[in-house]
Design a protein around this ligand. Structure first.
Ligand code: ZN
Length: 244
């Protein structure tokens, strides 16, 4: 058994016994990891202040047979400010929940860690750009290989044209006007272009791109249904976000 040193972000916490918590941490070097934080719920716990949800933390874990144990934690970027806003906290919750639901333990993915870190950092700085959430959603899906096909028709494989196009949740992408049968929802050329831009760009796109409200709504709707389809159910945090 050995020591693991890595940066990580706590995406979930649950109580264990009287004094402990089980943390789900998305780490830079090990992907998702579950660890016990012993005694964290005691008043004099040294670790307690360092283990806030969504903070970026320098961790040391002791590797265990089934669960690892937190042996040291030092906060690098504190996210406790998120708790002041229900909307921000719920968004952060969704950011974490999406990754938690789509990943297995021990699968390293530094791109995914970086997207989570940067999106949370923006929330902490008060970024309320509504484009951040759909950007994050698609970026996470793309990095995990769940990206929808937005360059070619999923049925005839021909390059998409700027005419009428449709979206098939079942086929996972855009269907051209010639292949689309009755019943598929239409998707605008603008939304298709934004899908491509998100897949090809880094997070600075959120500042650079001005998305009109009609396109934003379509983008949010398509991605919401597409994500729910992949997860096979709606996440709790997304449900709350919609009700706010
Ligand atoms: Zn086609």
């Amino acid at each position: 058994m050995s020591t693991i040193k890595t940066q990580g972000i706590i995406i979930k916490r649950s109580n264990l016994g009287d004094a402990d918590k089980i943390l789900t941490v998305y780490t830079k070097d090990r992907g998702k990891l579950k660890a016990i934080a012993k005694g964290i719920r005691r008043i004099n716990s040294k670790l307690a202040g360092e283990l806030e949800p969504y903070s970026l933390v320098d961790f040391q874990f002791h590797e265990g047979k089934s669960l690892d144990t937190v042996t040291s934690a030092v906060t690098i970027e504190d996210a406790s400010v998120l708790a002041k806003s229900c909307e921000d906290f719920t968004k952060a919750h969704y950011f974490g929940e999406l990754i938690d639901k789509l990943t297995e333990e021990g699968e390293k993915n530094s791109d995914l860690f970086e997207i989570l870190r940067l999106a949370l950092f923006r929330l902490c700085k008060g970024d309320d750009n509504p484009f951040l959430l759909p950007f994050y959603e698609l970026k996470v899906l793309d990095r995990l290989g769940y990206n929808p096909q937005v360059y070619y028709c999923v049925r005839c494989r021909r390059k998409l044209l700027n005419g009428e196009n449709y979206f098939s949740y079942q086929d996972g992408g855009v269907v051209c006007g010639e292949c689309a049968k009755y019943g598929l929802p239409q998707i605008s050329v603008n939304t298709i272009k934004i899908f491509r831009l998100i897949i090809e760009s880094d997070i600075s796109l959120v500042d650079r791109l001005k998305v009109d409200s009609e396109t934003l709504l379509e983008l949010e709707n398509v991605l919401d249904k597409y994500t729910t389809n992949i997860l096979e159910r709606e996440t709790k945090s997304k449900k709350i976000l919609k009700s706010l």
